[in-house]
Design a protein around this ligand. Structure first.
Ligand code: NDP
Length: 495
């Protein structure tokens, strides 16, 4: 293992786990396969640790533990589960700085982002579902004096939660919190590219006093454990966030087994800027929507549609803003953009820069791999802005999932909608206008699961979250997540 980056402080360094173990049956264990995979530090390109590479035997052990834990956990009171989860959230709060450091170190995102977005939102996920279960109710249907129906919402059993690398702990907790709160026991798989925060989280579960087997965290690759997890006959539901292609593979395995399935997939989100927007705020916020987390958020607005009458002014201000974004060491408080998560992903994003050029795009700024002093082998690139590309070309149709955006002019509201809706994806969109009528008309016609008006990524955990078309199936968040992780049973009592 090579030496860690020298600017890392001693205290933070000791917190970064260099050996990532599974959390199965209440204990931390290496994989039964005896195999390990390397863990990379995106900021420097160095290997800094190793990750248990689990296999189907580990999945089976975790399933056995979860299955044994299910009767007691599912029959426990909501208050018991809530108290335990709130204790866990308090421990996360205590370790916020440590978790933020680990997340930034493992993923390459700016420490400032992990500290203010990822970890606080992960804590909120746990607290939200821990308290939601104390305030729920179910439906009753009275049949005019003949009978009364009421709905029981019961935990499903052992469920699988699979999460991606871009917002590691945030999306990991987004799934396991409702699953556990609803009384299920869980097999969770974080991405092997960013497993470190989930490992620290496992330790906090032990400290909080979680009963053995209630939550099991398995590390390894998609093929080594993702596939055995999804196909395991005892697993009753799968909640997955990740790429559309992986989602299709998972659906093809889970559907014939009639498992419940929630899929949160890719996006190619449009940002619609109308001439009557609040100009300065729109420029800043659309730049934030485009490049937050190095453009690696499924909600990032990567196609910016701008009404022609303000197109040139917007382009000039937007490009000037983007040029001010500092790409650098994620630990440096001055960095706005950190490292891309992995070398293969960086190369993929850079290949889209070449594709955009070959499709006739004019590069307005950025687009190059760059070296950061002292971190020469890190995965850094300048944010890229293109114009002059057809809305139907590959660059504007395919998810790049990196710091590459395109500017597209439009003339009318109808044309803006046509361009916004012309991709196979339908996750999120944002609309920037001071006209309430325009915003409401456009919001109703956008083919996305989420529409933000004059804002981006403003999240209320009670709201339904998910996409249409190839961006996913089903909704999570609030009651939608608790519905997904329970089975509804109708009980009919004749009067
Ligand atoms: P992937 O689809 O590659 O991976 C997601 C998770 O699935 C990882 O844990 C991965 O494991 C695992 N996995 C891979 N193959 C399989 C398989 N055959 N069976 C079961 N699990 C498998 O996505 P990324 O991690 O690259 O994440 C980026 C994608 O996620 C983007 O497309 C992005 O849009 C989407 N996303 C969607 C969100 C939404 O809410 N709609 C939110 C955030 C991201 P491993 O990495 O270890 O191989």
């Amino acid at each position: 293992m090579e030496t860690l980056h020298k600017s890392t402080t001693e205290a933070s360094l000791t917190a970064v786990p260099t050996e990532i173990l599974n959390y199965i049956g209440g204990g931390l264990k290496p994989a039964q396969t005896g195999k390990w995979i390397s863990n990379f530090h995106p900021a420097s390109g160095r290997i800094y640790g190793q990750i248990a590479e689990s296999g189907s035997e580990d999945v089976q052990s975790a399933y056995d533990a979860a299955s044994a834990a299910f009767p007691a956990w599912s029959n426990s009171t909501a208050k018991y589960r809530s108290d335990l989860m709130l204790r866990l959230a308090d421990l996360m709060e205590r370790d916020l700085e440590v978790l933020a450091f680990i997340e930034s170190y493992d993923n390459g995102k700016p420490l400032s982002v992990a500290r203010t977005v990822d970890i606080p939102r992960a804590i909120s996920n746990i607290r939200f579902f821990a308290t939601a279960i104390l305030h729920g109710s179910t439906e009753a249907h009275d049949m005019d004096g003949i009978a009364l129906n009421y709905t029981l919402r019961q935990p499903i059993g052992v469920v699988a939660c699979i999460s991606p690398w871009n917002l590691p702990l945030y999306l990991f907790t987004w799934k396991i919190a409702p699953a556990l709160a609803a009384g299920n026991t869980v097999l969770a798989k974080p991405s092997e590219i960013t497993p470190a925060s989930a490992f620290h989280f496992s330790k906090l579960c032990i400290e909080a006093g979680f009963p053995a087997g209630v939550l099991n965290v398995l590390h390894g690759t998609g093929p080594s454990i993702g596939a055995p997890l999804v196909s395991h006959p005892g697993i009753k539901a799968v909640s997955f966030t990740g790429g559309t292609q992986t989602g299709a593979t998972i659906a093809s395995i889970a559907a014939p087994q009639f498992k419940k399935l929630s899929l949160e997939l890719g996006g190619k989100n449009a940002t619609l800027v109308f001439a009557d927007c609040a100009f300065e705020e729109t420029v800043s916020e659309t730049a934030r929507a485009a490049f937050s987390n190095q453009g690696q958020i499924c909600l990032c607005g990567s196609r910016i549609l701008v009404q022609r009458s303000i197109y040139d002014r917007f382009k000039e201000a937007f490009v000037a803003k983007v040029k001010l974004l500092k790409v650098g060491d994620p630990q440096d408080a001055q960095s706005n953009i950190g490292a891309i998560v992995s070398e293969p992903h960086l190369l993929k994003v850079l290949s889209y820069v070449e594709l955009a050029k070959s499709e006739g795009g004019k590069l307005l700024c950025g687009g190059n791999r760059i070296q950061v002093e002292g971190l020469e082998n890190g995965y850094y690139m300048e944010p890229a802005v293109f114009e002059g590309l057809d809305p139907y070309c590959r660059t504007n149709q395919e998810e790049i999932f990196g710091p590459v955006v395109t500017l597209i002019p439009f003339d009318t509201e109808e044309e803006a909608l046509q361009f916004a809706n012309c991709t196979p994806y339908g996750l999120a969109s944002s609309v920037w206008t001071s006209n309430l009528g325009t915003s409401q008309r456009v919001a109703a016609k956008l083919q996305t699961g989420i529409v933000w008006i004059n804002c981006w990524m403003l999240r209320d955990l009670r709201t339904p979250f998910g996409g249409v078309k190839q961006s996913g199936v089903g909704r999570e968040g609030g009651w939608e997540a608790l519905r997904f992780f329970t089975e509804a049973k109708n009980v009919c009592i004749k009067h």
